[in-house]
Each structure stands twice: as structure tokens, then as C-alpha cells.
Design a protein around this ligand. Structure first.
Ligand code: ATP
Ligand code: MG
Length: 567
């Protein structure tokens, strides 16, 4: 594009020479050569043909500009896509505690909004700088060739002015760049929270508070944009003034030195056309530099996140399950959340035989959920080990261990898709094992509801996070999902707490009928849920304070007796 533009600009000089001085063909070796080459009959004919030729060239140049613009954006957005998915791949492989320590809107904002900013504010400007810089240099060299003095003045004037403006804005641009990322994140975060809590917000009539939270963030964000846009546009006004001034100045200079303006017209036209191309090119370079400066903090942030990722993660979801034959041993494990001051799990040792059902009970906050998060490998114990048969659990085998496990957390996660897809977690419709699906939903006591009450049965869409389902229905979907996987370890964290006692009892009874070697870990507040367990552990502040079967605990443990009596 640069080459074409330069040829277009350069062709003005001989054309104007031809026009202004008919005897130019004899004077100029170049014009003479062209005249001979095309076998023109007279200068007039040459003038007309070269005029048409220049028009055609400008047309082609502009067509080509459209094409290169398309190419440039295509390239940039391809990078944006790559970056966005690479970031997601990095975040998706972060350890679970990353999500405990960071607001999830951060991931959201970076992957979508900031990658967009990176494209528009960094990648496109870099390409812009290269292409415009090349063009400016070629045009300038041509000017130097024609008249070094004028070229130097033109370049010194324009370049110097841009440089001064850029240097004076540089730090401020970066500062508001950092602020922009922060306020953009706040915007996303406050909006996401508002939408998630809409039910509570409505009932408590707190629309104003949450509205203001967003409004504040949006205001701060919007405050930065005009400052940034102003900074980008200032040089344009200054430089248009400078450019027009210099064209007039050069005219006067040439008028004085050349004596008559007639012979100066070709050159003046060249300067005018060169300026016409050079000015926007330099303007674009400046804007691109300013954008780079402003958006540099984004590069810093995303680069940091990408760099901290280790290698290229495999996304394959077919992982071989870790062999589990005999026992799970929690050997003196300790755990403390990074942000907490006190440990949640203290020197805890538990052995669990394959095929057994054990239960954790204890007051709220005693560490039950944390303990199962450790067992499934979402969290890593600070001290101590989790040993499966004889294999200690570590970063390299945790995925294989998770293949053995179905975990129904306290909050069941549902997504806006069909019932079947929510149970099978994204297995393609044609690959779903229908029999297993039926069986899992029957065991979870949700089959009748799905097939008789939902309008499209298993193909019914359940809405965002399952809003169209009741709390108990959501829990039973969570259970059906766990059973569909046919795990060797089933972990239920308050997974039946939203069910009525009768439904819960029937589900627990059907779970007992599952294959003998299913190992089950149940957390429950309702004691009837854990009555049948082989061993019940009572947790208190991260320690086991008593253990035994339901009956033996009733006989031996005072606080257990109180719990039973209360329930
Ligand atoms: N991400 C976290 N950062 C810091 N502390 C945490 C975090 N998650 C939980 N805690 C703390 O760890 C302790 C144990 O929490 P945990 O969720 O394991 O309790 P629980 O026994 O499952 O309680 P509940 O019966 O209410 O579900 C609590 O005191 C809680 O405040
Ligand atoms: Mg819990």
C-alpha cells in the first residue's frame, strides 16, 4: 500500500511539470524516456494519457487500501480470538483457590472486554505504525530527493510537533489507562452482582443501592474516555494549523527564491499532495502511539496472567480413572485458607474403606465442605497427605482421581440448556446413554417429574441456573448428574437438604441399593440422612471430636444425643 501511495504521490511532479512547462520533455531526461517509450505523438497526448494513468493509479491505490484494511482487521481479530481462548484456557486450569481469591467478573472482563481493548488499542495500532511509518519514510525520502531543505523543514516541523505533544501526554495516558482497567472491571462486577441478586434486590427494595453501585462505576469509567479521546485529537488541530501554515510558508519561500511562481507550481503540487498523504499518516502514527501508551497496562496484565500459566494445557476430557481398590487415607492433614488467619482443618486422620459409607456432621463452619474439597483435590492440604490405596494424591494424578468421583456440592450448578444436557454435563445428544440416564433420574427420584410434568421431557430448557426449577428439583438434578457418571466415590454435601423427609428417605434407601463397592461420603445436618452410615464423624473446628455408628454414638456421646433429641 505504501509503495502504491508513493508512486501516486510521485507521479504528480512530472504531470504538473508537463502542464506548467510544455518544453519540459526536452529538459527532463526522465520525461523524455517515458515519451519515447510509449511513442506519444505530442506532449498534449502524453499529458492526457498520464492524467488518466494517474487517476487509474489513485483508484487502484484506494481499492488496495480497502483490501489491506480488511486484511489488517482480519489478522488483528484472529489474534484477539487466539488470545481470548488462550486466556480462558489458562484461567480454566488455574487451581480452585484462584477463584476463591478473585472476583469471577475479573476473568469475564479480561477475556472479553480487555482482549477487545488489546486488539483495538494495541495490535491494530502496532500494524498501523508499521504501515504508516513505511509510507512516511518513503514519501519523505522522495521529498529529500526533490529538495532536502524543504523536506527537512516539513519533517522537522511535523515530526517535532507530534513528538513534543506525545512526550507531554505520555505519563498521563498511561495513568488513565490503569484507571480505565480498574473502572471497567468495577462496571462488569457491579452489573453481574446486580443480575445475580435480582430476587433479593427486588424483595428488599434495594434497586437504588445496586443501581448506584453500577452507576458510580459507569460514571468513573465514562469520565476517562473523553479525556483519552481529547488527548488523541489535540495534535490533529495543532498539526493542521502547522501544515497549512507551512504550505503557505513554502509558497512564499519559493516565490522569493524562484522569482516567479509559475515554475514553482509543480513542486508546490508535490508538497501539497505529499502533505495530503503525510499528514494523516503521521496523525495515525501519533494516535497509534498514544493508544499503545494508554492500553499498555492491558498488555501488562494479560501477559502476566498468560505467563504464570505453565505450558499449553491439554483440553481432552477422556482421562483414565485412578485405580481405587482398597482405601482412602487422610493422613494428618492440615489446611488453612490463604486469606484466613486460623487453620480450618487441623491434623486430621481418617481412613475410609472402599464400599463404606461415612458421614461428616458438625456445626456450621466446622470445616466439612473444606474437608471434602480437600478429598476431591480442589484444595491442597498444607501439611499431611491424602493417599488412595498406596498412591499419594498430587498435582499429576488429581485429574485421574477426580474421574472416580461424583461430587454434589452444597450449591448445585445448572446452566441454561436442556435437562438431559445438565445431567450428562454436555455430552452430545446422540452419545447419551439413554438407559443410564433413565436409571440415574429414577434413583434421584426425578424421573416422574421430568417425563410427566416438563413440557418437553428431557429436552426441556431449564433457564439460567435452572430458574424454572424448585430447590428440591435442582438438588435432585444434581444427584442424577452424579449417578449418571457411575462413580466409585460419591460425595454428597448437603445434597438432600432441600428435600422433604419422605423424598429424602426414599432416595437414601435407593442409594443403599447401588453396587456394593460404591464408597459414599455424606455431609448432612439432618441426622436421619446419615443413620445408615458405617461411621459418623463429628467435626468441630477442623477436628474429629467423636466417631462411631449412629447407635454407638447415641450411647456414648452427649452432644450427639442432644442433636438426635432436637431433631
Ligand atoms: N475461601 C475461604 N476463605 C477463607 N475462609 C473460608 C473460605 N471458605 C470457607 N472459609 C472458612 O472456613 C471455615 C469452614 O468452612 P466450611 O465451608 O468448610 O464449613 P462447613 O462445615 O461446610 O459449614 P456449613 O455446614 O455451614 O456448610 C469457615 O469458618 C469459613 O468461614
Ligand atoms: Mg458446607
Amino acid at each position: 500500500m505504501g509503495v502504491l501511495e508513493v508512486v501516486g504521490v510521485a507521479s504528480i511532479l512530472p504531470f504538473m511539470q508537463l502542464m506548467a512547462e510544455p518544453d519540459a520533455i526536452e529538459k527532463s531526461r526522465w520525461l523524455n524516456a517515458i515519451y519515447e517509450f510509449f511513442h506519444f505523438e505530442n506532449p498534449r497526448q502524453m499529458l492526457i494519457y498520464s492524467g488518466i494513468g494517474i487517476i487509474a493509479l489513485i483508484g487502484v491505490t484506494n481499492l488496495f487500501t480497502i483490501f489491506t484494511t480488511w486484511l489488517r482487521y482480519k489478522f488483528s481479530w484472529e489474534i484477539a480470538h487466539q488470545l481470548s481462548v488462550r486466556l480462558l484456557r489458562t484461567y480454566i486450569h488455574k487451581p480452585y483457590n484462584f477463584y476463591l481469591d478473585n472476583n469471577s467478573s475479573q476473568v469475564n472482563t479480561y477475556i472479553i472486554s480487555e482482549v477487545g481493548n488489546l486488539t483495538g488499542g494495541v495490535i491494530i495500532p502496532i500494524i498501523e505504525i508499521f504501515s504508516r511509518l513505511f509510507m512516511s519514510i518513503v514519501i519523505l525520502s522522495m521529498l529529500v530527493f526533490v529538495d532536502p531543505k524543504v523536506a527537512m523543514i516539513m519533517f522537522g516541523g511535523l515530526g517535532g510537533a507530534y513528538l513534543i505533544i506525545y512526550l507531554s501526554q505520555k505519563n498521563y495516558l498511561k495513568r488513565i489507562g490503569v484507571l480505565r482497567i480498574k473502572t471497567n472491571l468495577l462496571r462488569y462486577q457491579s452489573l453481574q452482582e446486580l443480575l445475580q441478586g435480582i430476587k433479593t434486590i427486588m424483595v428488599y427494595n434495594k434497586r437504588e443501592f445496586f443501581y448506584n453501585r453500577y452507576s458510580q462505576a459507569s460514571w468513573e469509567f465514562s469520565n476517562i474516555q473523553p479525556k483519552y479521546n481529547l488527548l488523541l485529537s489535540i495534535p490533529r488541530s495543532v498539526l493542521e494549523f502547522l501544515a497549512f501554515g507551512s504550505i503557505l510558508g513554502v509558497t512564499i519561500y519559493l516565490y522569493i527564491t524562484a522569482g516567479n511562481i509559475q515554475s514553482a507550481i509543480p513542486r508546490l503540487s508535490l508538497y501539497a499532495v505529499a502533505g495530503y498523504r503525510l499528514l494523516p499518516a503521521m496523525q495515525k502514527i501519533f494516535t497509534a502511539l498514544a493508544k499503545l501508551r494508554h492500553n499498555y497496562p492491558v498488555v501488562d496484565k494479560l501477559h502476566n496472567d498468560l505467563r504464570k500459566s505453565h505450558g499449553d494445557y491439554k483440553m481432552t476430557e477422556t482421562i483414565k480413572a485412578l485405580p481405587f481398590k482398597d482405601r482412602i487415607l487422610l493422613n494428618k492433614i492440615n489446611f488453612k485458607y490463604e486469606t484466613a488467619t486460623r487453620p480450618v482443618i487441623k491434623d486430621l486422620t481418617i481412613e475410609l474403606k472402599k464400599g463404606e459409607t461415612i458421614a461428616f456432621i458438625g456445626s456450621t463452619g466446622s470445616g466439612k465442605t473444606t474437608l471434602v474439597d480437600l478429598i476431591v483435590g480442589l484444595l491442597n492440604p498444607g501439611k499431611g497427605q491424602i493417599i488412595i490405596d498406596d498412591t499419594p494424591l498430587n498435582a499429576s494424578n488429581v485429574k485421574e482421581w477426580q474421574e472416580d468421583i461424583s461430587y454434589v456440592p452444597q450449591e448445585v450448578f445448572l446452566f441454561d440448556d436442556t435437562v438431559a444436557s445438565n445431567i450428562t454435563l454436555g455430552i452430545k445428544a446422540e452419545e447419551v446413554n439413554r438407559k443410564q440416564l433413565e436409571r440415574a433420574t429414577q434413583l434421584a427420584d426425578i424421573h416422574t417429574f421430568i417425563s410427566e410434568q416438563l413440557p418437553d421431557g428431557f429436552a426441556t430448557e431449564i433457564g439460567e441456573n435452572g430458574v424454572r426449577l424448585s430447590g428440591g428439583q435442582r438438588q435432585r438434578l444434581g444427584l442424577a448428574r452424579a449417578l449418571y457418571k457411575a462413580p466409585s466415590v460419591l460425595i454428597l454435601d448437603e445434597a438432600t437438604s432441600a428435600l422433604d423427609s419422605i423424598t429424602e428417605k426414599s432416595i437414601i434407601e435407593s442409594l443403599q441399593k447401588l453396587p456394593q463397592d460404591l464408597t459414599t461420603i455424606i455431609i448432612a445436618h439432618r441426622l436421619s440422612t446419615v443413620k445408615h452410615a458405617n461411621c459418623i464423624y463429628i467435626l468441630d473446628e477442623g477436628k474429629v471430636i467423636a466417631k462411631g455408628t449412629y447407635d454407638s454414638l447415641i450411647d456414648s456421646n452427649k452432644s450427639f444425643q442432644t442433636m438426635v433429641n432436637l431433631s
